[in-house]
Design a protein around this ligand. Structure first.
Ligand code: CA
Length: 233
């Protein structure tokens, strides 16, 4: 089945170029010029992925990413941010806001399609993964949801797709230390485009989502080595 990709870009020339590239890559592009239009598109049909421009009139790409990550309908949609060269801090900010990957303008259609496929492949693998329980944390693989067992009741823990994947990897490989490079290989599929500090950003976000349930200490930093997921807090 063809994947629907929502393009949120205010410049018509770039929007058309993206739509053309996506069609050639066997995707179905849906175009929106701003956040309001994008919201309407999502309400009509939840896309498989969102290509989100950073600089938009009205709400910025960053604000939209944050909003979509909070909303139950859009929380699990992978987002790839389009940024201009040299917006290094913006990119980290984007990852913090829940963006899964970013491409720097100008980019080739080939690079864009490679990234889209990598992000979609990762979210598909999540769906196929089974359920797992470690301590008070439980992942329902079929429902794609995380729960904390608190006083006999299951409290849902909402999180973005990258944090979900990272947590799933940790929970299926507990009590072992992984370097950033190893985590990139296992969780991001060794994408050549992702930098090591991306791991740190997502570790930080994962801890933040676990914090209200007092489970953040399970994600441990091992000085000079990497990270470990452990029930021995
Ligand atoms: Ca723009």
């Amino acid at each position: 089945m063809q994947k629907h990709i929502l393009i949120v870009e205010d410049e018509p020339a770039i929007r058309d170029m993206l739509a053309f590239a996506l069609r050639k890559g066997d995707f179905v592009p849906i175009c929106a010029a701003d956040g309001r239009q994008a919201q309407e598109c999502i309400a009509e049909r939840v896309p498989d992925l969102i290509l989100l421009d950073w600089m938009l009139p009205g709400s910025s790409g960053l604000e939209l990413a944050r909003r979509w990550r909070r909303d139950a309908t859009s929380r699990a949609i992978p987002i790839i941010m389009l940024t201009a060269r040299g917006e290094e801090n913006d990119r980290v900010g984007g990852l913090e806001a829940g963006v899964d990957d970013y491409v720097v303008k100008p980019f080739s259609a080939r690079e864009l399609l490679a990234r889209i496929r990598a992000v979609l492949r990762r979210s598909r693998e999540d769906d196929e993964d089974g359920s797992v329980q470690v301590g008070a944390l439980r992942i329902d693989g079929a429902a794609h949801r995380v729960f904390a067992d608190e006083a006999g009741t299951a409290q849902p823990i909402p999180m973005g797709p990258t944090e979900y994947r990272l947590l799933h990897f940790f929970m299926t490989h507990p009590e072992r230390v992984y370097t950033r490079t190893q985590l990139l290989d296992h969780v991001w599929g060794g994408s050549v485009y992702v930098e090591e500090r991306t791991v740190d950003v997502h570790i930080r976000r994962l801890r933040k989502t676990l914090e209200p349930h007092r489970l953040d200490a399970m994600v441990q930093t091992v000085r000079g080595a990497g990270y470990r997921f452990s029930t021995a807090v």
